[in-house]
Write a protein that binds this ligand. Structure first.
Ligand code: ZN
Length: 313
């Protein structure tokens, strides 16, 4: 692969809970530039306004797609107030850390506070808006100085959805549910953290509308976000380093997810089942998403493929 002599940017290294490594170099290759060209010239679809569906019906549709394909493991839950309480305790203990501290009190309190929930039972906050967005409020609770991934818990407070009441929101919900299903260690590199959520938002759209119209809309929204991220990394007045870093995360995850999804929809039923069961293995904590990518020989380099990408915008 020919690497162009353009700015090759190092992604800043940030310590983010639950991930081992962050960022590599980001080469601007001919392939990536061709793909960017395709992304920039794709048509922008306007949002469909409300359909007659209620929010409950939409969420049920997402749940039906997930139960058809996956086993949804229970996840750790506590309210926002409870996770703030744990964070306060965590902070106080860290500030007065002694070398022989066992933190039993902290882990006892945490055990009492955190409960298990089906991700589809996480509290949901919805408000209608022109913009389709989703967010899952997540707290990483553990003693930072111990810095042990296995001692940190990923704990969910609630899911927030905004947008019109239309099936695109069902896909966004599938994205957020997937975030909840990936356990700590299920994704080692932070830049791939959006990969399975983006894959599953496409899967939900693909399953809910056999005409392909919904998938087209979901892909168009994802492309719009990709273009925005690409513009931001070239911005002469950049946002904070962390914001820029997040744009790299979305760019890489979007391209890798598109590659994996392309493989999925072109596969026969048996191969499709294998791809899904490998994703289930990631949800079950058997191996990280990186192993799945390795198994299918999916890399950032071969995901920068304008021909494949064009099929999905
Ligand atoms: Zn996400």
């Amino acid at each position: 692969m020919k690497v162009l002599n353009l700015t090759e940017r190092n992604m800043a290294s940030y310590q983010i809970d639950g991930y081992q490594t962050l960022g590599e170099k980001f080469p601007f290759t001919q392939e990536l530039l061709a793909l960017m060209n395709a992304a920039f010239s794709a048509p922008v679809l306007s949002q469909n306004e409300n359909t007659t569906t209620t929010i409950e019906e939409l969420l049920e549709q997402t749940k039906a797609v997930f139960s058809k394909h996956y086993t949804t493991n229970l996840v750790d839950y506590c309210s926002k107030e409870q996770s703030l309480e744990l964070e306060r305790l965590e902070f106080a203990l860290t500030a007065s850390a002694k070398s022989n501290e066992t933190y039993d009190e902290f882990y006892d309190t945490r055990r009492k506070i955190i409960t298990k929930k089906d991700p589809f039972d996480l509290p949901l906050l919805y408000y209608q808006s022109e913009e389709n967005t989703g967010e899952i409020a997540t707290a990483y609770v553990g003693i930072p100085l111990q810095n042990h991934i296995h001692k940190t818990k990923k704990c969910y407070n609630h899911i927030i959805l905004t947008g019109y009441l239309n099936p695109e929101l069902a896909a966004t919900y599938g994205h957020e549910i997937t975030h909840a299903l990936v356990p700590i260690g299920g994704c080692l590199n932070f830049q791939y953290s959006e990969l399975l959520p983006i894959f599953n938002e496409k899967l939900v759209a693909y399953e809910l509308d056999p005409t392909g119209e919904l998938l087209k809309r979901v892909n168009a929204s994802r492309n719009k976000a990709l273009v925005k991220s690409l513009i931001k990394i070239f911005d002469k007045n950049p946002e904070s380093k962390y914001e820029i870093f997040l744009h790299y995360v979305y760019i890489q995850s979007t391209l890798l997810a598109t590659k994996l999804f392309d493989m999925y929809i072109n596969a026969n039923d048996f191969e499709k089942q294998i791809i899904i069961s490998r994703i289930q293995d990631v949800f079950d904590g058997k191996y990280p998403v990186e192993a799945l990518l390795h198994g299918y020989n999916i890399t950032f380099e071969n995901s920068c493929d304008a021909k494949t990408y064009k099929k999905y915008i």
